[in-house]
Ligand binder design. Structure first.
Ligand SMILES: Cc1ncc(C[n+]2csc(CCOP(=O)(O)OP(=O)(O)O)c2C)c(N)n1
Ligand SMILES: [Mg+2]
Length: 290
């Protein structure tokens, strides 16, 4: 069920508090400004490689970064927000997108395989979903927590389920996230499958939830899984505002999470702070790309 309220739990915004809310906003808003700037740079042909923008789902990563410090990170191609929210170097991402040797992957991976050594974020090879078995193997070998992120299409790959099953059986600390934007490039979930990865994860005995992309809700469940020390699975219904790759759009997204977040922050009493943070982030990003 795709709604902006799926899984809603009342009171979370107050429970996490004002400092959490502002820092969450600072991180998500920075990623958003960064990716809108990348869009501009691509539109004027300063960036000439395929780009996978996080606009629309940038607060998913911001929320995860707020409650999962120090985890090993395994993302996939749409991961600028993940890299930035967890605190990796924006200059190295800029350089990567420009194909420079000072880029976070030496200018060789481009947008879709970025890594951030300083945050233990591992690059993705481009083979959809391969990061999931690798993330499970990393947790098994190190005993450290893996954050394993894939999309609603990648989650259909056959190698995902033996990995989920192995993690469930051995109780490895892996936080599985499916960023479900209902699209595999252009094909909707209902055309591709009649089953839910949440049901599969549950059938393996794992804590598994299907929720909307409310960042407080994401933070709540991710924190809960992390504190359990066991594996868990979160399917996040989210929206892709722009094309699969590139900067075009096919009309308005199903919902506008950014506006919904602003409304929550205003209920907390913030107003000028939000404008200030947005301005500060915008000018940081403009300076970065000048
Ligand atoms: C094994 C494999 N099959 C197909 C592709 C081509 N491909 C790249 S991205 C993509 C869709 C990815 O969709 P999803 O995982 O939902 O992520 P999203 O782009 O929606 O964030 C496909 C089919 C690939 N890279 N690897
Ligand atoms: Mg998708």
């Amino acid at each position: 069920m795709r709604t902006p309220t799926l899984g809603h739990l009342p009171g979370l915004v107050d429970e996490f508090g004002k400092d959490f809310a502002l820092e969450l906003f600072r991180r998500g808003n920075y990623s958003r400004n960064f990716d809108y700037q990348v869009k501009k740079e691509a539109d004027k042909k300063r960036i000439n490689i395929p780009i996978y923008l996080t606009i629309g789902s940038e607060f998913n990563s911001a929320a995860l970064s707020m409650v999962l410090p120090g985890v090993n990170i395994f993302g996939q191609h749409r991961c600028h927000g993940l890299y930035l929210s967890f605190g990796a170097n924006p200059e190295a991402l800029r350089d990567e997108l420009l194909g420079l040797s000072t880029g976070c992957s030496g200018g060789m991976s481009g947008s879709n395989a970025i890594q951030g050594k300083e945050i233990n974020m591992y690059g993705h090879s481009g083979l959809m979903g391969e990061q999931i078995p690798i993330a499970v193997g990393a947790a098994m070998a190190s005993g450290e927590t893996s954050l394993a992120i894939c999309g609603d299409a990648s989650v259909e790959e056959d190698y995902i389920y033996p990995s989920l099953g192995w993690a469930a059986t051995k109780e490895f600390p892996v936080i599985f996230i499916c960023e479900d934007n209902d699209l595999s490039i252009l094909t909707k979930v209902e055309v591709r499958r009649s089953w839910s990865p949440v049901d599969v994860a549950k059938s393996m005995g794992m804590y598994a939830v299907d929720i909307t992309d409310d960042p407080w809700l994401i933070a709540y469940h991710a924190k809960k899984i992390n504190e359990s020390g066991k594996p868990g699975f979160i399917n996040i219904r989210t929206c892709r505002v722009l094309w699969h790759a590139g900067t075009g759009n096919d009309g308005l997204p199903e919902w506008d999470r950014y506006s919904l977040i602003l409304a929550e922050l205003k209920k907390l009493g913030f107003d000028k702070e939000l404008i200030d943070i947005d301005q500060e982030n915008k000018s940081k990003v403009e300076k970065l790309w000048a």
